[in-house]
Design a protein around this ligand. Structure first.
Ligand code: ATP
Ligand code: MG
Length: 245
């Protein structure tokens, strides 16, 4: 029987799940000291939903989404993302998987200051070899969606923090990733721009083969969520489903 040959905790790739973690741990070693940032995370995150990840500073949110986005390796445990067991991917496959399937908005926006807003947004398509005119036209559309159509020719260094944050979100969406992972995407935004961004993220998440995970401290955006995962001290404390009928 084939089923008995498969690893015990993951019986088959879960088509309806964006992410599935079992017994995930992450240890950081600093000199003599060891810090256990994740202490056995078990969680399933469905496709077609906007999931929030919340919890106190230092509880492991950024660590968890960095592992899910294949930017950081776990110390132990299993993580399956979009049906792929990340432990089975070599470095090159991981880079390709990330480039094609995952979008990431970091806590720091990481824009290139000498490029314009539109050029920054276009970078992932340019790297993928798409023609410059096509990439810039798509970038202009996305900037329009995040309310920055007028600022597309401004250099990143000339934009406010909240504007840079929205450019980073547009950049993460341009290659239409199936999984978008955002670390505090509304932290630098006023209430109105925060809501605009969350509504955009929710439109992306509601597509049946896509998912969005947002780390946030901003309780103003809770009502946009389909699911809220509460973390504490390296573990999942509880999962609240808010899926509307
Ligand atoms: N590269 C690293 N080396 C050593 N320790 C780290 C590293 N990255 C994170 N940590 C530690 O792991 C723990 C979890 O950090 P993490 O960044 O995941 O927290 P967080 O929940 O995202 O917090 P915040 O809300 O402040 O961003 C913290 O104690 C942090 O100091
Ligand atoms: Mg963090």
């Amino acid at each position: 029987m084939v089923a008995t040959l498969l690893p015990p905790r993951i019986r088959r790739p879960s088509q309806a799940l964006a992410v599935s973690c079992r017994g995930l741990t992450k240890e950081f070693i600093q000199g003599e000291a060891k810090l256990l940032a994740l202490r056995g995370v078990d969680v399933d995150i469905p496709l077609g939903e906007l999931t929030l990840l919340v919890g106190p500073s230092g509880c492991g949110k950024t660590t968890l989404i960095s592992i899910v986005a294949a930017l950081l390796d776990a110390s132990a445990g299993q993580v399956e993302v979009l049906g792929r067991d990340l432990a089975m991917l070599g470095e090159r496959d991981k880079v390709a998987f990330r480039g094609e399937r995952i979008g990431f908005v970091f806590q720091q926006y990481n824009l290139l200051p000498a490029l314009t807003a539109a050029e920054n947004v276009a970078v992932p398509l340019l790297i993928a070899g798409r023609p410059r005119a096509v990439a810039l036209a798509r970038a202009a559309e996305l900037l329009e969606e995040v309310g920055l159509g007028q600022r597309r020719d401004a250099y990143a260094s000339q934009l406010s923090g909240g504007q840079q944050q929205r450019v980073a979100i547009a950049r993460a969406l341009i290659h239409q990733p199936r999984l978008l992972v955002c670390d505090e995407p509304t932290a630098a935004l006023d209430a109105q721009s925060g809501r605009t961004v969350m509504e955009l993220l929710r439109r992306v998440a509601l597509q049946p083969d896509r998912a969005v995970i947002v780390v946030t401290h901003d309780s103003r955006v809770y009502d946009c969520a389909d699911r809220i995962i509460h973390m504490n001290d390296g573990r999942i404390e509880r999962v609240e489903s808010r899926r509307r009928a």
